[in-house]
Write a new protein. Structure first.
Length: 561
């Protein structure tokens, strides 16, 4: 649809005067040949509706609907009714038109509900019908002959470009092999002949929208899901086999219901419509299932520095020489993160998960960055114990640190630290030849494991090592080397742009170190530090004893003098 400036006066979203509209149209169209053209028989330029603001487009389309409803069909050729449609279909269409004529509000509602694609298809069909009626009025031509000629030219590619484009648009179902058929064109002509106005033509010639079948409307789907949603990991085909067998047994005396069993393709179609969380319910549980459920994202940036520290241990997916006996083993690394700025405040490397490993990481963080208000962790053995949480002797209560635990089997609640373990800890492990985690070649890992066993067994028995065994032991990283790599990894992590942090003025994300400094300067947070004496006493063992007649016994033995 094209309009000149004078036709747009009074349209919302455009200037009030014709001159202002003309200047605005020049800006909107930007000189595009597809959006602006010279009106035939006039010096004025007309502009396509697509270059107008959205408010103006809505107003123009609403005006067009009213014009269609009040318009007269005299501008288009008039044709008499044909007998191409079946009586049943003809009656249905005529009854629909009768309802529209009795209830203009319903017609307006239907018109407003048409999509742009439906309108374009209806316009293309009307263009073909008009061509049929025009050719049918020529001497020696009937409408049937005109239909056959247009279909022939459409199939042979002889149609003019304008009509060829209309044929392509008129097909509601698209496809390279689809063309125009006589049956379709006859039906469009018949529908055209039943109408009295442009609005009626638009409604009858517009293709219908396919009704999408909702999963909850498929009656047999819950029954199939009872076979599919089981924790044994079965596939759709296996579940369908059991479903079909049960269906056949249930309806063995009812031939109609037995024949109504959905096909495997129908089942797959229905399953593709289901959300993953619905399909996986009952197949997986716990933390694996929670990764498909909705979640609430915490606003960590609103917290001050040192308000919440998050800690977790990670078994490293690599082999390192044991610091005591030198045999290969997998150590435990513990990271503690400041949630407000994603800054790693402390870390430790230990032989295994333990309270000592976590306490060492806490000591490291508190010594260098002050005391947190709250420590958030999982409920593992290294995190929940009397050493940390005992009311009188626990390290955290003595320091006034609130210890909060995450929900069991819900690692998503500590997604920040879990993500850190998958990125930084795995990144450090991959720097060594003894890495065996995700992504490592299974064959290489198997050969590496066998070579390590062979070399360490030979070394422990005092045998002379082969050149290959010597090289294998050289590839086994030392404890000191791993510590150096962890220090470098923490430095790298704290000083690289983090996508979860805000953008700086230059368009780059803050690094954790930069954002920590920025928050400290902006919020003037007071950091609580511990003295060297407090740090030493922090990990000193403490026990409870009952006072008996003003005497406190620390050992079983009674003191002698």
């Amino acid at each position: 649809m094209f309009y000149v400036a004078k036709e747009l006066v009074g349209i919302p979203g455009l200037p009030k005067t014709a001159k202002g509209i003309r200047e605005a149209l020049c800006r909107f169209s930007a000189g595009s040949e597809e959006l602006v053209r010279k009106r035939t028989g006039s010096k004025a330029f007309e502009y396509h509706i697509d270059c107008l603001p959205e408010a103006a487009q809505k107003a123009l389309r609403a005006r067009q609907i009213k014009e269609l409803m009040n318009g007269s069909p005299k501008e288009l050729p008039v044709a008499t009714a044909t007998a191409s449609a079946t009586p049943r279909a003809k009656g249905a269409e005529e009854s629909k038109i009768a309802v529209y004529r009795k209830c203009p509000a319903l017609m307006e509602q239907k018109l407003n509900g048409l999509t742009a694609a439906q309108r374009q298809t209806a316009d293309a069909r009307m263009a073909l019908v008009v061509e049929v009626l025009r050719l049918g009025e020529l001497p020696g031509y009937s409408r049937a002959k005109a239909i056959r000629e247009i279909v022939r030219q459409a199939q042979s590619g002889e149609l003019p470009e304008r009509l060829a484009a209309a044929v392509s648009m008129a097909n509601a179902k698209k496809g390279a092999s689809r063309s125009l058929s006589e049956i379709s064109l006859k039906r469009w002509v018949a529908d055209f002949n039943k109408t009295r106005s442009a609005a009626e033509r638009l409604l009858l010639l517009a293709p219908g929208k396919r009704q999408v079948v909702k999963p909850e409307e498929i009656r047999w789907l819950p029954e199939f899901l009872s076979f599919y949603r089981r924790p044994d990991g079965r596939g759709i085909q296996e579940a369908y086999d059991d479903f079909a067998a049960e269906w056949a047994e249930r309806y063995q005396d009812d031939a109609l219901m037995a024949a109504a069993i959905p096909s495997y393709d129908q089942v797959c179609y229905a399953m593709n419509k289901l959300p993953v969380v619905v399909k996986q319910k009952g197949r997986i549980t716990g933390s694996e299932f929670r990764q498909y459920e909705g979640f609430v994202r915490r606003d960590w940036e609103s917290l001050p520095v040192n308000y919440v520290w998050i800690g977790d241990g990670h078994g490293m997916k690599m082999k390192v020489a044991h610091p005591d006996h030198g045999n290969p083993f997998s150590p435990e690394v513990t990271f503690i993160l400041d949630g407000s700025c994603r800054y790693i405040v402390g870390w430790s490397l230990a032989l295994s998960e333990s309270v000592i490993a976590v306490a060492d990481a806490l000591r490291h963080g508190i010594k260098n960055h002050g005391k947190p208000f709250l420590y958030y962790s999982d409920n593992g053995g290294g995190e929940t114990n009397n050493t940390f949480d005992a009311e009188l002797t626990g390290i955290l209560p003595r320091l006034g640190i609130d210890h909060r635990l995450g929900i069991p089997e819900n690692p998503q609640g500590r997604g920040i630290i879990e993500r850190l373990n998958r990125s930084l800890a795995m990144r450090i492990s991959r720097q060594f030849a003894t890495y065996y985690g995700t992504g490592a070649d299974r064959g290489t890992v198997r050969r590496m494991t066998k070579a390590l066993q062979s070399a360490t067994n030979a070394a422990n028995k005092g045998k002379e090592l082969t050149a290959k065994q010597q090289q294998t032991l050289r590839d086994l990283p030392s404890w000191e080397s791993l510590i150096e790599h962890i220090e470098a990894g923490v430095e790298w992590y704290n000083n690289r742009p983090h996508e979860s942090l805000p953008l700086r003025g230059d368009g780059e994300h803050f690094t954790p170190a930069q954002f920590r400094r920025y928050k400290l300067e902006k919020e003037a947070t007071e950091i609580e530090w511990l003295s060297e004496l407090e740090l030493r006493e922090m990990f000193m063992p403490q026990i409870e004893r009952t006072v008996n007649r003003c005497e406190v016994r620390l050992l079983v033995m009674t003191p002698t003098y």
